[in-house]
Design a protein around this ligand. Structure first.
Ligand SMILES: [Zn+2]
Ligand SMILES: [Zn+2]
Length: 162
């Protein structure tokens, strides 16, 4: 039995993921002990998940911002036409940005929810599913705002190991 990296060294631990033997130096390298190939796999999985969430989140964010801004802008122009703009134009911009950021966090919150909640199968009518989906999106957005910093932290950590 030898370290799976250093074939001339005695094992002092095992990879927490695949159980390969690791020498004292390799086992102490990362916490928990992880072999180079599992570390590489984790790195790639973390990167592709993060990029996918950012891309999907941006699309959802743009859609949500458009949906929110269309009626708000119409109301704004109507107020301008009546010489009574209650909301300043930067209010619209701010609203667009807030809605975009909130909904861009949906995939992060969605993934966190998927880990927390069991996958029940529910018998619901179509309207029930639509409602369930809508509630889940909003809950995901709120949770996502808090999950995002951790997701960024994990991503940066994954990218900095070699
Ligand atoms: Zn391993
Ligand atoms: Zn080693």
């Amino acid at each position: 039995m030898t370290c799976s990296v250093h074939l001339d060294r005695r094992p002092a631990g095992t990879c927490q993921n695949c159980g390969r033997f690791l020498c004292w130096e390799c086992a102490g390298r990362y916490e928990p002990p992880t072999c180079p190939s599992c570390l590489q796999a984790w790195r790639q999985a973390t990167r592709s998940t993060f990029v996918r969430h950012i891309v999907v989140g941006s699309v959802i964010g743009v859609l949500a911002a458009v949906v929110a801004l269309v009626p708000a802008t119409a109301a704004y122009w109507q107020a301008v036409a009546q010489h009574d703009p209650v909301t300043p134009v930067y209010g619209l911009v701010l609203m667009g940005v807030v809605v975009f950021v909130l909904y861009a966090c949906v995939p992060f919150g969605w993934a966190a929810l998927a880990k927390l909640t069991p996958r029940w199968f529910m018998v619901l009518p179509l309207i029930g599913w639509a409602l369930y989906f809508a509630v889940k999106v909003v809950v995901s957005a709120v949770i996502g705002v808090f999950v995002l910093p951790f997701a960024i932290h994990t991503y940066v950590k994954a990218m900095s190991v070699h």
